[in-house]
Write a protein that binds this ligand. Structure first.
Ligand code: ADP
Ligand code: MG
Length: 225
């Protein structure tokens, strides 16, 4: 069988001894797969996505990327893997005193040219997010919705093979939400794997994809209806 892009085996996380946020998470994600991560507030979506993005260490279990165990690839191996992953964190992780352009440049600078979204495509993403006139503004001077779009744009400035997005449209209006979702779907159809956390069941009804549900510390992938 082909090695999946992301393989998650018996993954568990506890921030205090014995107090598991989620336990025994198992799933595979292949090239071009789309999986929603559903769950209410506090269910563990963000901690799971941070762990899958290699920003947190699991308490037990294993995450493999192209068959490479994240826990044993070493520092440079992890750097290389992170260059192929785009992550939109729920808390955005922006630096208020830097401009939108600074954020894009900081994201792209360490990447090899083939891992960067080409300039023309990036320009299209900038137009779509409506940030074209705000590139030289300090992020701290932007609205919450605009800041979220900066975090999205920063992730999209990488030509990643997986996009991990934590409630990426939570601060957007209806029109922008669907512009962005259309873009995510297009990227997904071009082969980018997508993991998208949401608690918006209306979104799931409108855009039907495979769902995984986090509830009471358990994780279950629903088979397609
Ligand atoms: N860094 C952390 N330290 C301690 N507890 C945490 C930390 N991050 C998350 N938690 C706890 O884990 C649980 C799940 O949080 P989170 O993953 O943010 O859920 P969700 O994104 O689904 O709202 C919460 O009870 C939260 O308090
Ligand atoms: Mg969250």
């Amino acid at each position: 069988m082909k090695t999946p892009l992301l393989k998650v085996e018996n993954l568990s996380k506890a921030y205090a001894p014995g107090e598991f946020v989620w336990q025994n998470v198992n799933f595979d994600l292949g090239r071009g797969d789309f999986l929603y991560i559903l769950g209410g507030s506090g269910a563990g979506k963000s901690s799971l996505l941070r762990t899958l993005s290699s920003l947190e260490i699991p308490s037990a279990g294993k995450v493999s990327y192209h068959g490479q165990d994240l826990a044993s690839v070493g520092r440079s191996g992890l750097e290389r893997i992170r260059q192929r992953m785009a992550f939109i964190p729920q808390n955005l992780g922006l630096i208020p005193d830097l401009t939108v352009r600074d954020h894009l440049e900081m994201s792209r600078l360490p990447l090899s040219p083939e891992d960067r979204t080409d300039d023309k495509t990036l320009e299209g993403f900038i137009q779509l997010t409506g940030l074209g006139k705000k590139l030289d503004k300090r992020v701290g001077a932007l609205s919450g919705g605009e800041r979220q779009r900066v975090a999205i744009l920063r992730a999209l400035s990488k030509r990643a093979e997986i996009l991990i997005a934590d409630e990426p449209t939570g601060a957007q209006d209806f029109e922008m939400t669907w512009k962005l979702m259309d873009l995510f779907v297009k990227l997904n159809l071009s082969g980018v794997a997508l993991l998208l956390a949401t608690h918006d069941l209306e979104m799931v009804r409108r855009l039907r994809k495979r769902c995984a549900i986090l509830k009471d510390g358990g994780f279950r992938v629903e088979e397609r209806a």
